[in-house]
Design a protein around this ligand. Sequence first.
Ligand code: FEO
Length: 400
Amino acid sequence: MPPIKVKDDIYWVGAVDWNVRDFHGYSTKRGSTYNAFLIIDEKITLFDTVKKPFTNDLIHKLIKVLGDPEKIDYIVVNHVEMDHSGALPEIIKRVKPEKVFCSPMGYKGLKEHFNCDDWPLVEVKSGDSISLGKRTVQFLETRMIHWPDSMVSYIPEEKILVSQDAFGQHYATSERFDDEVKYDELMQEAAKYYANIVLPFSPQVEKILKTIEEMKLEIEMILPDHGVIWRSHIKDIVDAYKRWCTYQARDYALVVYATMWHSTEKMAMAIADGIMSEGVSVKVMNASIDHRSDIMTQVLEAKALVFGSSTLNNNMLPQMADVLTYIKGLRPRKKLGAAFGSFGWSGEAVKHMNKYLEEMQAALVHPGYKVKFVPTHDQLKECREIGVSIARAIKEKQNA
Ligand code: FEO
């Protein structure tokens, strides 16, 4: 793919990764992109690089735009994670930049990754700015969004925010702008990205969004390090981040289960029936079939999390343990919760799932329901009643 002009003298010079399907446990069914941006000014500046295997893609694009990549004066490292810095050693060798700007945590992070005492690193903090000539770059540290080193770069003359991981999507496309792709697909990928990458850092996101509002930054384009550039739907994605970082949920329940001989599955379906009977939406997912990161995407806006598992070896089924460990790590908050499952002789699965729900700070709607071997008609009726209670609790629960 050639370099893409973003605005006069501003280019996308990143790489599209059509084939990546696993991003440390996150299923990237639509691939991804590693975005890098080039601004041609008196000081020619490259913002971020790409994952190491895509180094030549970046170099070819720089040659197409500049002729000689050595014309680059400055490199800005907004984020040290290797999907954005993997190409940095080769690029620095080739470009010999005058300065490489990074946050104080980025300074440490780059040294810890690349043993790079000979790089011309310059630390910049929130509030610092540099002149490129006609343009200025203002820096704002965004610690933990997504790593301690993360920062964003704002170019006031262009009303552009180079946002590194924030507002990203794992979304490989030939198009580079939000208004050139299917809106629903884009928002689904943005939600999946938030749920699986950004959610644990929601308090920091809320703070940064407030800071950006207080600074009254005018933003006409957001250039994230993954996916397409936001220029037509900026309000939509910023509003979505405001909802997600404050854990606002919609009136639906997510039922996730793992089953051994279909008894827990029968209970899951009966609970879902009970929820639906009250006119509340429900999504049922099977931990043996659905990928943990797709389940996590549904967790994002669910008001209630209902987990079911058969008991195996005094514990829940391993596929449920995988999903719950993953969900817990991403720190969903302000949920209602309930657990259920069938067992043969001990029945500890419900206790273990309740512990996960407590660690997620969920409010339990039911203390937990377990059934020996195969649920009877009356026990399935009880499951439907539990579903009704969950639905009523959802309708009563207001977003904070
Ligand atoms: Fe896309 Fe946190 O790196």
